[in-house]
Design a protein around this ligand. Structure first.
Ligand SMILES: Cc1cc2nc3c(=O)[nH]c(=O)nc-3n(C[C@H](O)[C@H](O)[C@H](O)COP(=O)(O)OP(=O)(O)OC[C@H]3O[C@@H](n4cnc5c(N)ncnc54)[C@H](O)[C@@H]3O)c2cc1C
Length: 450
């Protein structure tokens, strides 16, 4: 039923990082909002390593003290590794051979919001998402958890959000809806806005391991809690290594769909076979205990024709997903809320919830995601380029800027243009030493589809 005075000003579908941070921002500004979350938290979730641009949002939301109290491992930087058998995958910096291990620290570049610290966090998403959702509640947001939204009726007046409590269908009305339902892409599906990415068809299989010895790959003790990206000698395939606690480490293989085995049994076999292409990782893993079932994430890349429309916005994974190679998903979700909530506050003020009110958000996000998309495309086309650019003092900080999650301000970062030129050069010259290292993606991939 529609009422002339809606039940809430803003209805938020999903209580992950996008939904909770949106609810925090709005509740802090005194907006009457409600979060619908279909799960009862804590629940496991992929996406455990943050980038420093998240800190700014935690500060805005007065959430940083809780991040510290939770004792999540501090993340000071990132390392890329390969082994002697596949040296070409990481540019072999002088002094770093023979194990081709390249690292970078966040503190090397100044970043807004990071003046007082040189690290971000790796998080157990069960715990982190619960904390942020509770924080939203504490700030005044209403939270309906265990409540799955079934449909939104945009009707003639206010949108009506429908959900089931037991067998009974119920609804609440709001002035606008923010879809933060993650890769479920609730509104994107309902409104038929989703466009499947034809370039990226990555799959992942991952789990947690207790007793995985992180010293094996750390060149220095200070590198122990970095994120590790291990290149594999299989096209477009890599492994993440993310600390979860002092002893538990998350490891996941990301690969192309065509490499991914079909049956569940085959998939675990696939994990071990793939990891086996880096014998030292396999050996280290076998000495540890798997403490969670394997989980898969399939075929996850897509875009949306619109990121906002009359009386709705799509925020976080509900609006776009490419590939997790730079560990940016949670940061994008949090920063999307940072940008989007400003447009929402202005829309409430004007009482105008048409798409035009959300144009700043849409523009900023499109620019950021276009830059992400292109960096990721270059990365998959020619992995070695990244470690090469990191070793070049002219570009090291520009690459770091990306790894810190600062991509929303520049239309076309110079380093990206240089990287694309380099890829073209390598593509055109069969004798170039990197030519044989080109991945399956073509430079067509640099053209964003939406
Ligand atoms: C293989 C892989 C590895 C990744 N690694 C990283 C990483 O290292 N670092 C990083 O930052 N990101 C990573 N990501 C991305 C990260 O997982 C996401 O970007 C992030 O979780 C997005 O947050 P969100 O709030 O938009 O969505 P989600 O975290 O998915 O939250 C959406 C919420 O909506 C709820 N929901 C869905 N449908 C409904 C409904 N109908 N009604 C009510 N509730 C609903 C869900 O239960 C869920 O809690 C990775 C992703 C993948 C696939």
């Amino acid at each position: 039923m529609n009422h002339s005075v809606p039940d809430f000003e803003v209805g938020i579908i999903g209580g992950g990082p996008a939904g909770s941070s949106m609810a925090c921002y709005l509740a802090k500004a005194g907006v009457k909002c409600v979060v619908f979350e279909r799960e009862l938290f804590p629940r496991p979730h992929v996406g455990e390593s943050l980038v420093p641009s998240s800190t700014r949002v935690f500060k805005d939301l007065d959430f940083l003290p809780q991040m510290e109290e939770a004792k999540f491992p501090h993340k000071f930087g990132a390392v890329w590794t390969t082994n002697d058998e596949n040296p070409g995958y990481v540019h072999d910096l002088e002094g770093l051979a023979p194990d081709y291990n390249v690292d970078i620290r966040f503190e090397e570049r100044k970043q807004e919001g990071m003046e007082d610290r040189n690290y971000t966090y790796h998080v157990d998403r069960g715990k982190f998402d619960l904390m942020l959702l509770k924080h939203a509640q504490k700030l005044g947001a209403t939270v309906y958890d265990g409540v799955k939204v079934g449909r939104v009726d945009f009707g003639p007046e206010h949108p009506e959000v429908y959900f089931n409590i037991g067998p009974k269908e119920m609804s609440v009305s709001c002035k606008m809806v923010v879809d933060c339902s993650g890769r479920q892409t609730f509104l994107g599906n309902q409104l038929k806005l989703k466009v499947k990415d034809t370039v990226f068809d990555q799959y992942a299989i991952h789990s947690w391991f207790d007793g995985y010895d992180r010293k094996v790959f750390a060149k220095r003790d200070t590198n122990l809690d970095y994120i590790y990206i291990h290149f594999l000698p299989i096209s477009n395939t890599w492994i993440w290594q993310i600390p979860i606690t002092d002893t538990v480490t998350s490891l996941g293989v990301v690969t192309q769909k065509k490499n991914f085995a079909k049956s569940k049994e085959d998939r675990e076999k696939f994990f071990w076979e793939t990891v086996g292409s880096r014998p030292l990782i396999a050996e280290t893993l076998r000495k540890s205990d798997r403490v969670r079932p394997f989980k898969e994430e399939g075929d996850y890349s897509y875009a949306m024709k619109q990121l906002a429309g009359d009386r709705f916005m799509l925020v976080g994974d509900a609006g776009r997903f490419v590939d997790p190679i730079f560990s940016t998903g949670v940061s994008i979700a949090l920063n999307s809320s940072r940008f989007a909530h400003k447009d929402i506050l202005a829309a409430i003020e004007k009482n105008d919830f048409s798409r035009a009110s959300f144009v700043d958000y849409e523009t900023k996000l499109r620019r950021g995601t276009k830059n992400w998309y292109e960096f990721i495309s270059v990365y998959y086309r020619l992995n070695v380029l990244f470690t090469y650019f990191i070793s070049d003092k002219n570009y090291r900080l520009d690459v770091l800027k990306l790894l810190q999650g600062d991509v929303y301000d520049e239309e076309a970062p110079e380093v990206l243009t240089k990287m694309k030129q380099m890829v073209s050069k390598v593509e055109q010259n069969e004798k170039h030493p990197w030519h044989k290292l080109l991945g399956d993606l073509t430079s067509d991939a640099f053209r964003p589809q939406v």
